[in-house]
Design a protein around this ligand. Sequence first.
Ligand code: SF4
Ligand code: SF4
Length: 284
Amino acid sequence: MSKISGTVFKIKRFSIHDGPGVRTSVFLKGCPLNCVWCHSPEGIGSDISIWYNKNVCIACGKCVDVCPQGALMLTGEPEKYISIDRRLCTTTGDCVEVCPTSAIQFTGWVTTPSEVICEIEKDIPYFKTSGGGITLTGGEPLYQPDFAFEILSMCRERGIHTAIESSLFCPEEVIRQISDKVDLFIADLKIFDPFVHRQHTGESNLLIKKNLTFLVSSGKKIIVRIPMVKNITDTEENINSILGYAGSLSKNIPVEFIEYNPLAGNNYRRLGIPFPLDNLNKES
Ligand code: SF4
Ligand code: SF4
């Protein structure tokens, strides 16, 4: 019996944008990049914490009553909301359990590949009729390479189509080990220039380009995706550079443009952390 476990923050059924057919997308926690525009900040850290959605809180105060750490306080006038002292929270989950509206939730859960497969197997009939399958995404799914490998291997054994959406920022040996288990790579190429890439994501993209070159030379099926972030990734220069680069690697790589989610800032507020893109926009 495999002892591997991993951390997931969402399983999304009936996804139609993450590869062919109807897909089940599994979101793995943890990412080595720190993109200033990231719309899933709950997927960046590999730790599990709580997040709070003020919009669905009915200010009943039940969470305050059960918190053993005194980390929660009902505050605000006239509209009440919960203020969280995250330094005190020990993630016991008492608040999550009693909240009647799911306004307080965990940002992920620890699970095993077998448990993930149990969820995925429920959707096999949809995969069969639509030509779909599973897509591992995140966060960065290759940040938990053993966990990802095991899920993909188990899908292979069951004849389920596998896709992975990744920045490809991971050690070369991870890409080499995992590539046999993946039918489709969806590679997020954000910024072409390595220096600008480092400026906005915290890392250079040289490793990403190296891994992409390896996948192309292995004959893997690849889609390149560019997230359209205003004045950062959506500039003519960046788009043309990525298009030219993808074309120089192979004439058969489709390039897709992904619209940016304007509500990304809400996820930062729920986690109680600043949204880097907001600060950047204020400075410019
Ligand atoms: S998870 Fe536990 S410690 Fe943290 S706020 Fe909720 S009840 Fe308090
Ligand atoms: S239990 Fe839920 S709904 Fe009630 S105050 Fe706490 S967060 Fe809001």
